[in-house]
Design a protein around this ligand. Structure first.
Ligand SMILES: *[C@@H]1O[C@H](CO)[C@@H](O)[C@H](O)[C@H]1NC(C)=O
Ligand SMILES: *[C@@H]1O[C@H](CO)[C@@H](O)[C@H](O)[C@H]1NC(C)=O
Length: 336
C-alpha cells in the first residue's frame, strides 16, 4: 500500500516545529545602589568617553557608584541578545534607570521586597515585549508568612520570589520564578528552596508547561550551606512550609512525584558551556579569587518542555577596571 502523508500533516508538523523558539535568559545580581550620587542616566551617557580613545587599563578598582555601573550592565545584556533578564538587588531607582537604558521595547515585573510596592530590593524580571508576552505575575515571601512582606526569623533580610508566567511568540507558555535567597540563614534558604520546589511542581503539574528558576541562592551547590540547591535539585527532601502556602500550591501525590529542578549548566551540551565558573567575584582585584564562588543559577523543571543550548558566565570586568557588579551575569539559551 502506498503511504501518502497529507500536505496538511506536513504543514502542521512544520508549524509545530517552527513554534519552538530559543530565548536567551540572563540572571544578574546588580549589587544595590549603595552610594547614590544623583547623576541622571542622561548625564552619565553624555559622560561616556570617546570610543576611539585608548583605555587607561585598570585605572579603576573596587565598587563604583551605580550611576557609572548601570550602563555596563545594560550594554552587556543588550549586546548578548538576552530577551529575559532576571535581576537581584535592584532598588526602585535602579529599576527606573534600567527601564530608561533598556528602552521602550522592554517591560518588567517586580516589587520592592520590603513592602510589596517600591521599598527595598526587587527580584525583578525584565523582558522584551516583542519576544514574550506576560500572562500573569504574583509574588510570595520566603518566610513563615508568605503572603505578606516578612522576614524569616534569623534571616538578614526580607526575601521575595517573583513568579511570572510568559508566552513565547510560538505560543509556548512557561513559568519563571526569580529570587535572591538570604545571605545569613541557611534555614531560610532551605525553606525558600522548599517553597520554590513546591510552587514549581504545582505549575508543572497544573499546566504541563515548562518551569524555570533563576536566582542568586547566596550559597553554593556543594559543601556546607548548600541546602537550598540540594533541595531544589532533589538531593535532599524539602522541609515543611507554611500550611496556607502548601494548601494553595498542593498537588496530588501521583502528580510528578519525583519533580525536581535541573541545573542548566549540567543540561547544556558540554561543548556549549562557557569556561567561567564563578558567578560571585566580589570587588577585589582581578587576580584576587579568594571570595569567588558559584551561587547564581538557572534551573529547568524535570517535567521538561525545554532544551538547554549555550550556557555561559560572562565577566563583569572591563579593561578600564570597572566591575559592573560584584556578581557576573549568567546567560542560558533555552529552547521552548
Ligand atoms: C539631584 O538632581 C536634581 C536634578 O538634577 C536636583 O534638582 C536635585 O537638587 C539634586 N539633589 C541632590 C541632593 O543633589
Ligand atoms: C501562613 O501564612 C499565612 C499568609 O501569609 C499567614 O496568615 C499564617 O499566619 C501563616 N501560618 C503560620 C502558622 O504562621
Amino acid at each position: 500500500m502506498l503511504s501518502v502523508v497529507s500536505p496538511l500533516a506536513v504543514l502542521a508538523l512544520a508549524l509545530s516545529a517552527s513554534a519552538a523558539e530559543t530565548l536567551r535568559f540572563v540572571t544578574y545580581n546588580l549589587r544595590y545602589d549603595s552610594r547614590p550620587n544623583n547623576v541622571s542616566v542622561a548625564e552619565s551617557l553624555a559622560a561616556l568617553p570617546d570610543p576611539l580613545a585608548p583605555v587607561d587599563y585598570y585605572a579603576q578598582s573596587g565598587e563604583q557608584p551605580w550611576s557609572l555601573r548601570r550602563h555596563y550592565i545594560t550594554e552587556r545584556v543588550l549586546s548578548e541578545g538576552a530577551v529575559v533578564f532576571s535581576l537581584q538587588e535592584g532598588l526602585v531607582r535602579q529599576i527606573n534607570d534600567l527601564t530608561e537604558l533598556l528602552g521602550s521595547g522592554w517591560d518588567y515585573v517586580g516589587v520592592g521586597r520590603n513592602d510589596g510596592k517600591t521599598a527595598g530590593e526587587y527580584a525583578a524580571i525584565f523582558y522584551r515585549k516583542d519576544t514574550v508576552t506576560l500572562r500573569s505575575v504574583d509574588y510570595f515571601w520566603l518566610s513563615n508568612t508568605p503572603f505578606e512582606p516578612s522576614r524569616y526569623p534569623g534571616a538578614g533580610s526580607i526575601r521575595i520570589c517573583t513568579a511570572a508566567k510568559f508566552q513565547t511568540r510560538g505560543g509556548t507558555a512557561f513559568t519563571l520564578l526569580n529570587t535572591h535567597l538570604d545571605e545569613q540563614s541557611d534555614d531560610q534558604r532551605r525553606l525558600a528552596g522548599s517553597m520554590m520546589l513546591m510552587r514549581a511542581r504545582y505549575e508543572a503539574a497544573k499546566s504541563g508547561e515548562p518551569v524555570l528558576i533563576t536566582g542568586d541562592f547566596n550559597s553554593p551547590p556543594i559543601g556546607t550551606d548548600s541546602g537550598a540547591y540540594e533541595i531544589v535539585t532533589g538531593q535532599i527532601p524539602p522541609i515543611a512550609v507554611n500550611e496556607t502556602f502548601a494548601a494553595k500550591f498542593a498537588v496530588n501525590d501521583d502528580q510528578l512525584p519525583d519533580f525536581k529542578l535541573l541545573d542548566i549548566r549540567a543540561e547544556a551540551p558540554r561543548d556549549q558551556v562557557g569556561r567561567n565558573y564563578a558567578t560571585y567575584t566580589a570587588w577585589g582585584k582581578p587576580t584576587d579569587t579568594s571570595a569567588w564562588t558559584r551561587i547564581d543559577f538557572v534551573f529547568g523543571g524535570s517535567n521538561g518542555g525545554w532544551k538547554a543550548g549555550q550556557y555561559k558566565v560572562e565577566t563583569s570586568l572591563t579593561d578600564d577596571g570597572v566591575l559592573a557588579s560584584d556578581h557576573r551575569p549568567v546567560f542560558a539559551d533555552v529552547t521552548l
